[in-house]
Write a protein that binds this ligand. Structure first.
Ligand code: GUN
Ligand code: FE
Length: 454
């Protein structure tokens, strides 16, 4: 069974389905209700039995493939701080918890240890693609690219650029920032020349920590080679005040990035909580994407992003764990938090339209992520021409956190419901609210098995 969300809010379950994947990791066929998948495959591909490898995973009623999660905002070096934020809010959290930890990534052996753990942990939570922030250090950032490539995870690798309003122990000059940015681009592009798995992403931390000339230089670089770009936008009220104080000549916080040349169809903006109508329109016009980080926004008391409002204005939206503003590397947990935060918006505004369903948040975690990352390959659906980036979920595995007695509910035994979408809607809801990484049995990226649990 393959379950995905081809459109926002629409869950589709493909049952007794055979999916063929070619040697480039691309889906070659999707055949539903396949009686004899081996015969179908050989007929379709005109290959011999020896040229095809068959994998049959239909040994449980509650086992299904879903597209791999796409985490569009995650700080790899901040992992050791997951769960540790006290009662801080953004600006004091950065000073107290974040900058001291990131600063220690000058030490490459520390970076090696942490970055291996990070990629291991995100993969085992079903994250097949991630937009990573590293630190200001070129050497450690290059290492993160190497780890993602070696482990087979799709990744955008961002060397953080920051040359003002930062502590003495964690700041770079404009010149240093440029040099290390170019060094990281050279390294990442040399390791994966086609950019199939890893590619660089320009990463001005956020306007308060970057000078105008640094952002403009990055804007020029972005346009010259059509690079990805990522930064933070409108996360916290104090942060917005600081941005206005530092950049008084701009119309808005969003306008700072716009005039610096940083917005575009390959730009990822994390948070976007306190935007004006005009700022929201700028995002839609430039094709920039949003990374919604509800776990982080609730933890460090940043606010509730209006996701339906963004979606209704044709702004691309995806999900980000934002470790360690957020406390979990699991996009599944973040999807659940996205749903709960949308319910809080409904309770506050009594405006039902804000509500996000489980199908909506699964879409944001997969197809939405693919739209926001906007890579050269197609991701997030089980359709011909898409990459086979997927996770195999089993709800009745050993130690499953999902109560399996639910599957003995009389409804489940009814023949007419058995293969219907209702059954899979229930399964997906169970998984989103009660599941965790124990339910992820196997992970594939680009058609290759990158993680298997026994
Ligand atoms: N704004 C600037 N830097 C950061 C960061 O590391 N995390 C979050 N959540 N917001 C930021
Ligand atoms: Fe962040």
């Amino acid at each position: 069974t393959f379950v995905h969300t081809p459109e926002l809010g629409r869950l589709e379950a493909l049952t007794r389905c055979a999916v063929g994947v070619d040697e480039t990791g691309t889906i070659a066929f999707v055949q539903e209700n396949c009686q004899d998948y081996k015969k179908y495959t050989l007929d379709f591909t005109k290959l011999s039995q020896e040229q095809v490898r068959f994998v049959d995973v239909s040994d449980s009623e509650v086992k299904f493939f879903v597209p791999g999660f796409i985490d569009t905002h995650i700080h790899a070096p901040q992992f050791p701080n997951n769960g540790i934020f006290g009662d801080s809010t953004l600006m004091d959290w950065l000073e107290k918890y974040t900058f001291p930890l990131e600063s220690s990534f000058k030490d490459v052996s520390l970076a090696t240890e942490i970055y291996n753990k990070v990629v291991d942990r995100t993969l085992s939570n079903g994250t097949t693609a991630a937009a990573y922030y590293a630190t200001i250090h070129a050497e450690a950032t290059n290492l993160l690219a190497d780890v993602a490539l070696t482990r087979g995870q799709r990744a955008l690798i961002g060397k953080v650029c920051m040359n003002q309003n930062s502590p003495d122990h964690y700041i770079e000059t404009f010149e240093e920032s440029k040099q290390s940015q170019l060094e990281v681009i050279r390294h990442v592009e040399a390791r994966d020349p086609t950019g199939t798995l890893v590619s660089p992403v320009l990463t001005p931390r956020f306007a308060p920590s970057c000078t105008e000339n640094l952002m403009e230089w990055l804007g020029e670089l972005r346009k010259s080679r059509n690079y990805h770009c990522q930064t933070h936008l409108s996360e916290n009220k104090r942060e917005i005040e600081v941005a206005h104080e530092l950049f008084p000549d701009y119309d808005s916080y969003t306008d700072i990035y716009h005039k610096s040349g940083l917005l575009g169809p390959k730009t990822i903006l994390a948070h976007c909580i306190h935007l004006s109508d005009h700022e929201k329109d700028l995002l839609a016009q430039t094709g920039s994407g949003v990374s919604h980080c509800p776990t982080s926004n609730s933890s460090i008391t940043s606010g509730e992003a209006r996701i339906r409002w963004l979606l209704n204005s044709n702004v691309k939206v995806s999900l980000g764990t934002d470790c360690s503003g957020g406390f979990t590397p699991s996009v599944l947990q973040v999807a659940k938090h996205a749903l709960l935060v949308s319910n809080h918006l409904v309770m506050k505004s009594e405006n039902d339209f804000e509500k996000l369903s489980t199908s909506d948040v699964l879409y944001l975690a997969t197809v939405g992520g693919a739209e926001v990352l906007n890579m050269d390959v197609k991701l997030g659906k089980f359709q011909v021409g898409y990459k086979f980036d997927t996770q195999l979920i089993q709800l009745d595995c050993d130690n499953s956190p999902v109560d399996t007695f639910a599957f003995q509910n009389p409804r489940w035994g009814q023949v007419d419901r058995k293969e219907s979408i209702d059954k899979f809607q229930d399964l997906i809801d169970k998984w989103i609210f009660n599941g965790d990484d124990r339910n992820v049995r196997q992970v594939f990226v680009n058609g290759r098995s990158v993680l298997q649990k026994n």
